[in-house]
Every structure is written in structure tokens, then in C-alpha cells.
Design a protein around this ligand. Structure first.
Ligand code: SF4
Length: 405
């Protein structure tokens, strides 16, 4: 039976195709690690070490913490760490990690606000009582305050922006961990469990509680999501969902959405412009531009022909090889769906029980009723107020025949 985690579910939600690659097909791709993920790991390691040392009654200074972080940074650095944003270097990110840790140290030292129960701890549980829908996750830090309150801590190093109130209230990850904690500790209840998010890059902490009802609702929603994933697996339906996350996706070189972009990004400038796909797209864009210009020009010439025909009082205009028959007819029309008077007309039609007769207001059907005198005179008069005359203009071309052909 498969086990799910918040990140596995989020992977499917973000892009079903990447879920397919990561958890089902597992294609051989060069392992890359984004600088953001690398930074997150190093900061997590440093905080884990810090709280372990505190637990062991070992004093840790701010400089010890930073030294450990930098040591781990150097030791783990590898050439496949990718920096997507060209405005920043790996060194910028390393400094961000340092700042996160310094701020955290200043804010929480001497780290005795609660007793740490476990660090980077795995929790697993079933979402329903029947042994189905198994979930697991790793809690960054689980602590208990003197008053018995459990705290589930999560350390974020994301640089984007702080979450909105509603994002925290809807956050699934820590709430799922809470279900795991309630399973593990008999005295843990929704009433005495707090979820704590540390947005380290912003030196900001958020705390929330979940009610019993909210946790039950979360279980239901998560089961529904798992059922959707199982259905996708049955139908082998994992559409690619392009988003800015593609920039960090390790499956770019196999995914149909990004494969060509990835391949061409590896080409030198002179090779790139000769590549078949690039050439075809460029040609297509160029022709479409020309077609648009021609379309505009064509409309202008048509208008000029109508104007010429009216001015000269002619219907056929002779060209060199073709002649143009210009036809202008005037027709009675009623307001279209996009016209502002349409709503009033619809109300009038409904009030007079004509809606069905004119198939949800087919204006041609309504005009036909008018023409055939099939409407009571008072109603016909009111509808006629909506009428307007519109010109329909057409041009028919035909080849000019030689006189004695
Ligand atoms: S490159 Fe983008 S669309 Fe393709 S699998 Fe990755 S996230 Fe999905």
C-alpha cells in the first residue's frame, strides 16, 4: 500500500507530470539541486545540531552555530547545485542562511522556552481507521512547553514573501503532522497543540491552532486528493502543468513542456538559430505577423470599395483581371448578446411567455414571429422598439471574361 506525504501530494497538485516522473516512471536524469533546497538543508542541519546540543546541556554560541553552518555548506557543495536567478550568486544565498541563523539565535537564545521532544522526527499514521491512506512526514522540531502545550515547529528558508493569514489557516503540512503527533502522544489534543512556522528569512514566527473539526475536514480532503491521484494512476493521466516551478524542475530534459527549451538552452548562439524547431517557430511568427498586416490592409481596401460603390452609385467595379461585385443590403436586426439593450429585450420576451418559442432568445426566430404577425400587436410594438437597421456588406470577385472568349 503506497504511503503519502505532504510533499508527495503537493507534487501532484503542482504538476501531475512531475509526480509521474518522480514517483512512477523515475527516468534517469542528472540529479540537480536548487540553491534554495541546498540552503534549506544546511540551515535545517544547523538548527538540528543547535537543539541537540542544547538538549545535551552543551553551550552553543552564535559563532559556533555559524561555523557549523559554513562547514556543512562547504562539505556538501557539489557542481549540480543550480542557481536559477542570474541576479544572485551562491555566495548571496550562503549569506542569507547565515542571517537566518543569526536572527534565530538572537530571538530564541538560550533556547529553553520549551523542552525539545524530537528533531527531524518521522511521524506516520492512517487517515482513516481502516488501515488505508497511510501518511508520513518529518517534523523539524517537536517541543513541549511547561504548561503541557505541544509545539510543532517548521523552519522555512523561502525568500519569496510571507504567507497571508488564509495561507496559514489552510496549510496542510503542519496540520497533517499534528494528526501524527496526536497518534503518538496520548495527551496531545487539538486544544493543547500549536503549529509554529518560522519564516527565518523574514525573522518572523506564526502560531496557529487547529480545531478537532478542522482536522477531521483535513483528513477527508486529503483522502479525496489521494483518490484523485489513484484515479490518475489507473488512467495513466498525468498532464504536464507549466508554471514558474518548471525553472527548478529536475525533469525539464524529459518533460514535453520543457524538453525543447532545455535542449536549445544548451546550444551555442550560431547552432541555436539553425535548430529546426527554432527556425520553424520563427518562420511561423514572421508569417503570422505578415498575415495580420495583410488582414488590416484588406479591410481598408474593402471599406474603400464600399465607399467608392456608394459614391459612384455602382454595384460592379471593374479591375484588370477581376471585377468586384459590391453588395450592400440593409437588414432589420435585434440586439446581440453583447449589446447593452439585450437584457431589456430578454425581460420583455420572458414577460410575454415567448422565451420557449424563440429558443432562449434566438433573435432570428423572434424576427420571424414579428414578420409573420404571430405576436400580439402590443408586444410586437414593444419589440419593434429594439429593432435597428444594419448594413451587411459583401464583395464577390469574379474573373473578367474577354469579350469574345
Ligand atoms: S518541467 Fe514543468 S511541466 Fe514539466 S514536469 Fe516539471 S514542473 Fe511539470
Amino acid at each position: 500500500m503506497p504511503t503519502y506525504s505532504h510533499s508527495k501530494l503537493a507534487c501532484f497538485e503542482n504538476c501531475p507530470r512531475s509526480y509521474f516522473y518522480r514517483y512512477i516512471e523515475k527516468p534517469e536524469v542528472e540529479k540537480v539541486e536548487s540553491i534554495e533546497a541546498f540552503l534549506g538543508c544546511r540551515v535545517h542541519e544547523a538548527l538540528e545540531k543547535l537543539y541537540r546540543d542544547v538538549k545535551m546541556q552543551k553551550e552553543v554560541s552564535e559563532s559556533d552555530l555559524i561555523a557549523y553552518y559554513n562547514e556543512r555548506w562547504l562539505k556538501n557543495w557539489h557542481e549540480n547545485v543550480t542557481v536559477v536567478n542570474p541576479s544572485y550568486s551562491a555566495e548571496n544565498y550562503r549569506k542569507v542562511g547565515e542571517k537566518c541563523l543569526r536572527d534565530c539565535y538572537k530571538r530564541y537564545a538560550p533556547f529553553n522556552d520549551a523542552v525539545t521532544l524530537c528533531l527531524e522526527e518521522r511521524v506516520s499514521f492512517y487517515l482513516n481507521g481502516e488501515g488505508n491512506y497511510r501518511m508520513q512526514g518529518y517534523i523539524d522540531r517537536l517541543a513541549r512547553r511547561e504548561d503541557g502545550t505541544f509545539e510543532i515547529h517548521d523552519y522555512k528558508t523561502s525568500l519569496g514573501r510571507l504567507p497571508m493569514q488564509e495561507n496559514l489557516d489552510a496549510d496542510r503540512q503542519l496540520a497533517l503532522y499534528e494528526i501524527g503527533v496526536h497518534n503518538r502522544f496520548e495527551d496531545a489534543e487539538p486544544e493543547n497543540t500549536e503549529l509554529v512556522w518560522h519564516y527565518l528569512a523574514f525573522d518572523t514566527e506564526f502560531r496557529r491552532k487547529r480545531s478537532r473539526q478542522q482536522l477531521e475536514q483535513l483528513k477527508k480532503e486529503t483522502i479525496e486528493l489521494i483518490k484523485t491521484i489513484e484515479k490518475a494512476e489507473e488512467e495513466q493521466n498525468f498532464p504536464a502543468k507549466e508554471s514558474k516551478l518548471c525553472m527548478w524542475c529536475e525533469y525539464q530534459r524529459v518533460c514535453p513542456m520543457q524538453k525543447h527549451i532545455f535542449e536549445t538552452s544548451q546550444l551555442k548562439a550560431n547552432e541555436y538559430l539553425k535548430e529546426e524547431g527554432v527556425t520553424l517557430v520563427n518562420k511561423f511568427v514572421q508569417l503570422r505577423e505578415q498575415a495580420r498586416e495583410i488582414e488590416i490592409e484588406l479591410e481598408k481596401v474593402k471599406e474603400a470599395l464600399f465607399e467608392y460603390a456608394k459614391r459612384k452609385g455602382v454595384e460592379i467595379i471593374q479591375g484588370s483581371d477581376y471585377k468586384a461585385r459590391v453588395k450592400i443590403t440593409r437588414r432589420v436586426k435585434l440586439p446581440k448578446k453583447s449589446d447593452p439593450e439585450r437584457k431589456d429585450l430578454e425581460e420583455l420576451v420572458k414577460e410575454n411567455n415567448l422565451w420557449e418559442k424563440v429558443s432562449d432568445l434566438n433573435t432570428n426566430a423572434l424576427l420571424k414571429l414579428l414578420e409573420n404577425g404571430a405576436l400580439p400587436e402590443g408586444v410586437a410594438e414593444q419589440i419593434r422598439e429594439f429593432e435597428r437597421l444594419e448594413e451587411e456588406k459583401r464583395i464577390y470577385l469574379s474573373k473578367v471574361k474577354e469579350m469574345f472568349e
